[in-house]
Design a protein around this ligand. Structure first.
Ligand SMILES: Cc1ncc(COP(=O)(O)O)c(C=O)c1O
Length: 392
């Protein structure tokens, strides 16, 4: 059996042992020093000035939209573009925050929204923001997308929950938008069991995210930021300040376990991105040889940080055929993320407009993926590549 994932962590045994020791020895388990250290190291590694740690990627997405609303950068009813191929909690926060989701098609050969899709949408709609998903380690032509957003005054946000470590010649995914979200759920590139992050270089967004993350209060701000807020609202005593709530928020704070695991897993990340990329490139050779499949285009990427092997067949009949071959070989497969998100029940309840998305439909109807992780053995890879051979 080749499951979608084998372990909860990179270097499973060492991580579990270290986690057990940490829990026994640490005095504090609620958000503290380890969370602070992890977000600092992560921001530096990603190349952003600030990072804010959350309970999950979905929680980070929700907090990001709440923060932009609190700052007045987004208002009720504003149009927010997003990728047709995405995860539920990418678009749900757009709906939950009273914004208007505008779906954008994806290209079956890059799995992503491309600049020409965005231009087509901007020709008929005035977007206030674009929340683009970088899908399964792949990405669209993000430099061009960034330029278009700048020209049209669209706030570019990236859901990078599936693409930590992917690079383009002009930078890492997650560094093209004003802010970007990450997930550390098991089976992603690195795991804190549950966990998420937002990276940004924007001080106002960083400050507001800390308010939104914890109850709407100011306890996790710098003393200068606290002073400014307290003066503005005439809060003069520490007694009152501790229980003053300035903006709408949630409780989406991580625990020290998330901070500890994040730091511990980070040391293995680069080596694992390389191992997964190597697996992907080996398997891709067999995809290329078989014209039943689309070959995914990664020419514009300098690093493909993969954790899945997407197989996009030319027809839905071929998808059925290869899905059966994979199942019979004991390889676990699953649909392409959440597919064309318009087809999900929640979407139809909350969004009236359903659009024709030819590219996303191909991915939904003709695609599936199996797992890609460092523990795949040569035998496992051979089992996968055998399934990709064309047997007339
Ligand atoms: C694109 C995307 N966004 C957001 C999420 C949510 O992340 P989490 O599971 O950490 O809440 C996921 C989860 O897989 C995802 O794939």
């Amino acid at each position: 059996m080749i499951p979608l994932q084998k372990n909860a962590f990179l270097n499973e045994k060492e991580t579990r042992r270290a986690l057990a020791d940490f829990i026994i020895q640490t005095e504090r388990l609620s958000m503290g020093e380890k969370c602070r250290e992890f977000k600092e190291v992560f921001a530096k590694k990603q190349g952003r000035t600030d990072a804010v740690l959350f309970t999950s990627g979905g929680g980070a997405n929700l907090a990001l939209f709440q923060a932009l609303k609190n700052l007045g950068q987004l208002k009720n009813g504003d149009l927010v573009g997003f990728s047709g191929l995405t995860w539920s909690t990418n678009v749900m926060p757009i709906i939950q925050m009273g914004l208007t989701p505008v779906i954008i098609d994806c290209d079956p050969q890059t799995l992503n929204v491309m600049s020409h899709h965005l231009e087509e949408v901007l020709g008929r709609k005035k977007l206030q923001a674009l929340f683009i998903t970088n899908v399964l380690g792949f990405a669209g032509d993000l430099e061009k997308i960034r330029e278009i957003c700048k020209k049209h005054n669209v706030i570019l946000l990236e859901d990078n929950c599936e693409s930590l470590g992917t690079e383009l010649p002009t930078g890492k995914t997650g560094n093209f938008g004003v802010a970007s979200t990450f997930s550390f759920f098991v089976a992603h590139h690195m795991s804190t069991i549950e966990g998420g992050m937002i990276c940004t270089d924007d001080e106002d967004i960083g400050e507001m995210l800390r308010i939104v993350r914890a109850n709407g209060w100011d306890r996790n701000l710098t003393s200068a930021q606290q002073q400014r807020l307290r003066t503005k609202h005439n809060i003069s005593s520490e007694f009152d300040a501790k229980y003053t709530f300035y903006h709408l928020g949630f409780n989406v704070r991580p625990t020290e376990i998330v901070g500890f695991l994040g730091l511990f897993q980070l040391q293995y990340l680069d080596e694992n991105v390389r191992a997964r990329e190597k697996n992907y490139l080996e398997i891709e050779k067999y995809v290329r040889k078989n014209d039943d499949f689309f070959t995914l285009n990664r020419d514009h990427l300098t690093t493909l940080s993969s954790f899945a092997i997407p197989i996009i067949c030319k027809t839905s009949e071929l998808k059925e055929k290869y899905a059966k071959i994979f199942a019979e070989a004991g390889i676990e497969i699953r649909p392409m993320i959440a597919g064309n998100i318009q087809r999900q029940p929640f979407y139809k309840i909350h969004v009236e407009e359903i659009r024709h998305l030819p590219g996303t439909d191909i991915i939904h109807d003709n695609g599936f993926y199996c797992g890609n992780y460092p523990e795949l053995t040569e035998d496992d890879i051979q089992t996968i590549t055998r399934c990709l051979e064309k047997n007339e």
